[in-house]
Write a protein that binds this ligand. Structure first.
Ligand code: GLN
Length: 622
């Protein structure tokens, strides 16, 4: 055991630094764009925060679904290198389309929306080509006899990821999330953030293109990650080439189960938003189907089966981790924007930059953490992987308890001090370091070789499911300070409405919908009021352009015809109410954060209690 630690610190191949640099630029592009994406959708494309959260969750979820496809195509056809180049270029193009969307939205909203969808789709597939291939190249840099260096290699690589995230979340908000001295946001600045992300991705691709042949090679100097047909069999461990083959019968059953599960989830997630009724069900159904398909294989021994079940159980709990952790780019950014005092030494930090603390803390603490685990291992008291993951979940619960109690007495106009968000990200980073880096290596150790890539796929899908859940949970964010302020400006007591002490009439409901303070529940009515809303938005936008100090006078706004406003009220076409989560009404931010405390708290305790059982089921794998 000790031998691993006392081994002289050997040098890592130069190729690791090429992959480090490439991944760093790629994560710059990804996290930088992510930081400003939801704010762009809400402020420039005038979407509701709840819808932006759902889209954001769906987007991230799909980014973790496509790596299965990317891995498959790489293994069979293109090879790692080509897939990294292709994925990188696709993401650069996607970011450029976001830049275009953020350039044209004020003159052509429907073109801007089309560009947004196209861009996100291209990025999703680009990420699918890029992400699995760069990670697997890290592994292939080390020949069999040097696999002991892999843990440090991945820690270094994880730091590259987070250095990139840090830089992206620094630069993109600086140029893209701009407010003037009076706190008024420049809704035309987001484009510069997307352009920065696009340039970063081009840089990453160029770095990789020019350095790969020289450095990303075997110790003998042969290029790694070329076309699969040129692969040198000696790179593989014995038995590794064995592939999983499923019978026609199990594939048909899997296909039928997928369709059935899709409809079950569609029914459970009932709603009008296509992200919720199509994308989320696909993610959940695919994960379960694939998991089922693998264990239906008759050749699995009892030990193998139990080990796979450990992966599934851990994968299930991890869903709750990412669901709570990934509030960073949606609800936590909205709160940083709308109800936080972001002053740091007199400087007002852009709201989208607040998430930067995650990347920064990972960078600072990744090595200390891995040293801590090494020390505990020498003493023979290193906790089991699943216990570490339970601890990670528990830390997330703790981070939300702290923030929940700090928002409790804020009321509608008080501001949360930024230090509490920084503390939240510090604790969540510790949680991430307990859980995220060991997840993949656990799968690597437990998976039977012939099912390894599929099981990685299932594991990625549990990340995807976590992000989808994050989207649904982010969408239950209650009204924050800015909403109450906006409502006062248009002469409506929003708190009174939400507490059901005041019943707004049709005209007032329309005004609430105009400013995204109420949701349009009836599609017909939605269609009828849409042009009116657009006309008013145009009027406000033009007035703001002409006069920086423009103050809204509601009487100047156009209203829908009398019969439509009457219908709005009688048919409940527009509803102003608190969000509801599994039957519970979420009245305020305290209750919102407590949802995460309860979810991750229960998950943590259960996983902790299961640890001894899971240990048995691992059959000696550490
Ligand atoms: N932050 C890490 C990355 O971007 C891990 C994210 C994850 O595994 N879901 O790669």
């Amino acid at each position: 055991m000790n031998q691993v630690i006392t081994e002289p610190q050997q040098k890592h191949p130069k190729g690791l630094w090429v992959l480090f640099g490439t991944e760093m630029w790629e994560r710059f592009n990804f996290y930088g764009m992510r930081a400003i994406l939801t704010l762009f959708m809400v402020n420039s494309l005038l979407m509701k925060e709840a819808d932006a959260s759902l889209i954001y969750g769906g987007f991230l979820g799909l980014c973790y679904l496509t790596p299965m496809l990317g891995g498959f195509i790489s293994d069979r056809f293109f090879g790692n290198r080509n897939c990294i180049m292709l994925g990188g270029l696709m993401m650069a193009v996607g970011q450029f389309l976001l830049f275009m969307s953020a350039t044209v939205f004020s003159s052509n909203m429907s073109l801007a929306t089309t560009l947004l969808w196209t861009a996100l789709t291209i990025i999703i597939f680009g990420n699918g080509f890029f992400k699995p291939n760069i990670s697997s190249m890290v592994g292939s840099l080390y020949p069999k006899q040097e696999k002991s260096k892999l843990d440090t290699a991945f820690t270094i690589f994880y730091m590259g990821i987070n250095l990139g995230a840090f830089l992206g979340q620094l630069i993109c908000p600086l140029v893209g999330d701009v407010k003037d001295a009076g706190g008024i946001r420049d809704i035309h600045a987001f484009k510069w953030g997307f352009l920065a992300a696009s340039i970063a991705m081009v840089l990453g691709t160029v770095v990789f293109h020019f350095l790969k042949d020289k450095y990303v090679v075997t110790p003998e100097g042969k290029p790694l990650g070329g076309l699969p047909k040129h692969n040198d069999a000696s790179q593989y461990e014995e038995g590794e080439a064995q592939k999983a083959e499923f019978s026609m019968q199990s594939l048909v059953i899997a296909a039928i189960s997928f369709v059935a599960l899709f409809f079950v989830f569609r029914f459970l997630l009932a709603g009008t938003n296509p992200i919720k009724t199509i994308i989320y069900p696909i993610i959940y159904a695919l994960g379960l189907t694939l998991a089922g398909l693998i264990i239906s294989d008759k050749s699995l021994t009892k030990v193998e089966l139990q080990r796979i079940c450990v992966i599934y159980i851990v994968g299930f709990f991890i869903i709750f981790f990412w669901a709570a952790f990934e509030q960073a780019g949606s609800s936590l950014t909205f709160i940083a924007d709308n109800q936080t005092d972001r002053k740091i030494f007199g400087w007002d930090m852009p709201p989208s930059m607040v998430q930067i603390f995650n990347g920064a803390f990972v960078f600072a603490f990744a090595f200390p953490f891995s040293m801590l685990w090494d020390k505990l291992r020498i003493k023979g008291i290193e906790p089991q992987s699943t216990a570490k993951q339970a601890l990670g979940l528990g830390l997330i619960a703790l981070s939300y308890i702290i923030i929940a109690y700090n928002v409790k007495d804020l009321g509608n106009s008080g501001l949360l001090a930024i230090k509490w968000l920084i503390l939240l990200y510090l604790i969540q980073t510790f949680a991430e370091l307990c859980l995220s880096p060991i997840g993949l290596s656990l799968v690597g150790k437990l998976a039977p070789k012939r099912f390894a890539s599929l099981l990685f796929g299932v594991f990625f899908l549990s990340n995807a499911a976590g992000y989808a859940l994050a989207g649904s949970l982010g969408a239950i964010i209650p009204a924050t300070g800015d909403k109450f302020k906006k409502a006062t400006e248009i002469g409506i007591d929003l708190q009174g409405v939400l507490d059901k002490k005041i019943t707004p009439n049709g005209k007032e409901l329309f005004l609430l919908a105009q400013f995204n303070l109420a949701s349009v529940e009836n599609k017909e009515i939605g269609k009828q009021i849409d042009p009116v809303i657009k006309q008013n938005n145009k009027f406000i936008e033009d007035a703001k352009k002409a006069d920086k100090n423009f103050k809204l006078d509601v009487t100047k706004l156009v209203l829908p015809s009398e019969d439509i406003t009457a219908k709005i009220q009688t048919e409940k076409g527009i509803v102003a109410a608190n969000p509801v989560f599994v039957g519970f009404e979420i009245h305020n931010l305290f209750e919102f954060f407590m949802v995460f405390v309860v979810l991750t708290g229960i998950a943590s305790v259960l996983l902790f209690l299961l640890t001894p059982v899971l240990k048995k089921m691992m059959h000696g794998v550490k």
